[in-house]
Design a protein around this ligand. Structure first.
Ligand code: PNS
Length: 159
């Protein structure tokens, strides 16, 4: 049986930290569905279609599928037959929210396990919000994101 995992997030935009977790996940799953959330509480910088397209540009592996989802993650994960939800843990500050979310998702989908992955050490400080901020003020984000994302950020903030 194929082991399917869902890697959910806002991906606004995808960073090298996300890419790192995608590659780590592929060490233990057969198919990874990168699930881009439609409803994020903050107004995203990139539209849903842009976020999906940037992930597809940054990751090319036939075992990775990029989809968007609306509503509950647990329901989406059940619909696609996932056994695992992958989330990244960078620092202690991530823990409380992630812990709550994992338990709530278990409540909603008891058969699906949340698995936490730690990114490469040199990427632990990285977040989409920091990348947006650095790019907004003209800083160099080339070590932090795929070139397609760098280009898209340049276009966004040139306006
Ligand atoms: O990249 P993010 O913003 O940390 O991702 C958060 C996300 C999108 C994974 C989370 O907010 C989510 O799962 N939203 C979907 C709605 C949902 O299921 N909420 C209850 C989670 S307990």
């Amino acid at each position: 049986m194929k082991r399917i995992a869902v890697y959910p997030g806002s991906f606004d935009p995808i960073t090298k930290g996300h890419e790192d977790l995608i590659h780590r996940s592929l060490e233990f799953v057969d198919q990874l569905i990168v699930a881009v959330a439609v409803n994020v509480s903050k107004q995203p910088l990139f539209s849903l279609d842009e976020r999906v397209a940037l992930i597809k540009a940054a990751v090319s592996d036939e075992r990775v599928d990029v989809r968007s989802f609306e509503g509950l993650l647990a329901e989406f994960a059940k619909t696609v037959g996932a056994a695992v939800i992958v989330r990244g843990l960078r620092a202690v500050s991530d823990f409380e929210y992630e812990f709550q979310m994992a338990l709530m998702n278990r409540n909603l989908a008891p058969k699906i396990e949340t698995v936490f992955l730690v990114p490469a050490f040199d990427l632990t400080y990285l977040s989409s919000s920091l990348v947006r901020e650095v790019a907004r003020f003209g800083g160099d984000v080339s070590p932090l994101v795929h070139p397609a994302v760098q280009k898209a950020l340049k276009r966004k903030f040139a306006k």
